[in-house]
Design a protein around this ligand. Structure first.
Ligand code: DAH
Length: 375
C-alpha cells in the first residue's frame, strides 16, 4: 500500500511541477487529493491492516499527504508571483510622463465682454437687469417719446412680430435697442435707480459692421439732482476701467427723442492715443499700426494719419439726460426726479478694446472654432 501511495505521490509531484497556471493547479489538487481521488481510495485499504501495522502505515500516509499539500502550496505561490510579474510587464504605467490635456472650452467672447461690463458697473453700484427681448411698441418706442408715426423710428430698423396688437401698448417687436428697459425699470422700482441692462437687440441690417442680432448695454441712473457731470464721471470711469487708464471721453451734442440734452460719446482712439496721427508728435501704437494707418497724402515727413479714427476720437454710443416725457411715462414726476441714460453696443465696444481687431463683425457669430479659440 505504501508503495502504491508513493507512486501516486511521484506522479502527482510531476504534474504539480507541470501545472501552467493557478486554475490548472486547483483542478489538479481536487483530482489528486479530493474525495474521489486515487489517493483517497488507496487509503480505504488502511482499515484492513492488522492493528500493529496500522499505526506506522498511518503515519507514513499522513507524511505523504502533507508533502503533497506543501508541494501544491509552494507551486501556487510561484504561479501567482509569476502571474503578477507578467502583469507588471504588460500593464505598467509611467506616472512621470506628461499628461494629455482634454480640450477645454471657454465662454464666448461676447459673454466675456458682458461679464466684464457688468462687473465694472457693479463696482459703482449699478445692478444688472434684464428686460424682455420681445416687447410692446410702448416700451420700445412710444414711452421713449417716439410717437407711432415719428420719422426717428426709421433709424431702428425694427422687426415686428406677427402677433395681435395690444390696445394700449401697440404692436409687438423684437427689441431694436435695450432702451425698452428704462420705463420697465421705473415701473419695477422706486428711485434711486442705477441699472445696467444688457440684452439682445434685433435690427434689419447685415454687413461687415452690423449683424441682425447683437447686444447693447443700457445704463440708467435716476435720482435727485443728477447732472451731466455725473454722466461724464460714470462714462470716464467705464472707459478707463474697460479700455485703459489713459483713455478719455468726450460728449458731442446729438439728438435722441428720449434724452434732452443728448450726446454721442466718443473715446480717445487706442491706436493713435487721441492725436489722430502717427509718427512725429504721436506715440506709435503697438500691433495695430500697420493696418490702422496710412500715409498722409501731402503731410510732413514721418507723420501718418490714423485710419481707425477721425482726429483722435472714436464713437462709442449714445447718452443723455432722461427726457421729462420718459420720466412721466415711467410714472415719475420730472420736477422731483431726473437722471441720465446711455446705450452702447456690446460688440462694438468690445471690438474697440486695444489689440482686438476683428475685420468683420459677422465672424463673432459664425461659430468657427478657428476664430473663437483665439479669445
Ligand atoms: N437706444 C439708442 C440706440 O439704440 C442708444 C441710446 C442713446 C440709449 C441715448 C440711451 C441714450 O439710453 O440715452 O441707438
Amino acid at each position: 500500500m505504501i508503495e502504491q501511495l508513493e507512486a501516486i505521490k511521484n506522479k502527482t509531484l510531476t504534474a504539480v511541477a507541470d501545472a501552467s497556471d493557478v486554475a490548472a493547479l486547483a483542478e489538479l489538487e481536487i483530482a489528486a487529493l479530493g474525495r474521489k481521488s486515487e489517493f483517497m481510495s488507496a487509503l480505504k485499504g488502511l482499515g484492513a491492516l492488522p492493528p500493529e501495522e496500522r499505526k506506522a502505515v498511518g503515519e507514513r500516509v499522513n507524511a505523504i499527504k502533507r508533502e503533497l499539500e506543501t508541494a501544491f502550496a509552494a507551486r501556487r505561490a510561484d504561479l501567482q508571483t509569476s502571474a503578477f510579474a507578467a502583469l507588471a510587464e504588460t500593464e505598467w504605467l509611467d506616472v512621470t510622463m506628461p499628461g494629455t490635456k482634454p480640450p477645454e472650452g471657454h465662454i464666448h467672447l461676447v459673454n466675456q465682454a458682458i461679464r466684464d461690463i457688468t462687473e465694472i458697473f457693479s463696482r459703482i453700484g449699478f445692478y444688472r437687469v434684464r428686460a424682455p427681448e420681445v416687447d410692446w411698441d410702448w416700451y420700445a418706442f412710444e414711452s421713449l417719446n417716439m410717437p407711432s408715426d415719428h420719422p426717428a423710428r426709421d433709424e431702428w430698423e425694427t422687426f415686428f412680430m406677427d402677433a395681435p396688437e395690444n390696445d394700449k401698448q401697440g404692436k409687438m417687436v423684437l427689441t431694436p435697442h435695450t432702451s425698452n428697459g428704462q420705463v420697465r425699470e421705473m415701473e419695477r422700482r422706486k428711485p434711486p435707480i442705477r441699472m445696467i441692462g444688457i440684452g439682445k437687440c434685433y435690427r434689419r441690417q447685415i454687413d461687415v459692421s452690423h449683424v441682425p442680432m447683437f447686444h447693447q448695454f443700457e445704463g440708467l441712473m435716476i435720482d435727485k439732482n443728477v447732472s451731466v457731470t455725473h454722466l461724464r464721471g460714470v462714462l470716464d470711469y467705464f472707459a478707463q476701467n474697460y479700455f485703459g487708464p489713459d483713455r478719455k471721453t468726450r460728449l458731442r451734442p446729438f439728438h435722441f427723442r428720449f434724452t434732452e440734452p443728448s450726446f454721442e460719446v466718443d473715446i480717445t482712439c487706442g491706436v493713435c492715443h487721441g492725436t489722430g496721427k502717427l509718427g512725429d508728435g504721436a506715440k506709435p501704437a503697438v500691433s495695430e499700426s500697420a493696418e490702422g494707418h496710412e500715409s498722409a497724402p501731402s503731410g510732413s515727413r514721418g507723420v501718418e494719419r490714423c485710419r481707425l479714427c477721425k482726429d483722435g476720437w472714436v464713437e462709442l454710443g449714445g447718452a443723455g439726460m432722461v427726457h421729462p416725457n420718459v420720466l412721466k411715462a415711467g410714472g415719475l414726476d420730472p420736477e422731483e426726479w431726473g437722471g441720465f441714460a446711455f446705450g452702447w453696443g456690446v460688440e462694438r465696444t468690445m471690438m474697440m478694446r486695444t489689440g482686438l481687431r476683428i475685420p468683420d463683425i459677422r465672424e463673432i457669430y459664425s461659430g468657427d472654432f478657428r476664430f473663437l479659440k483665439q479669445f
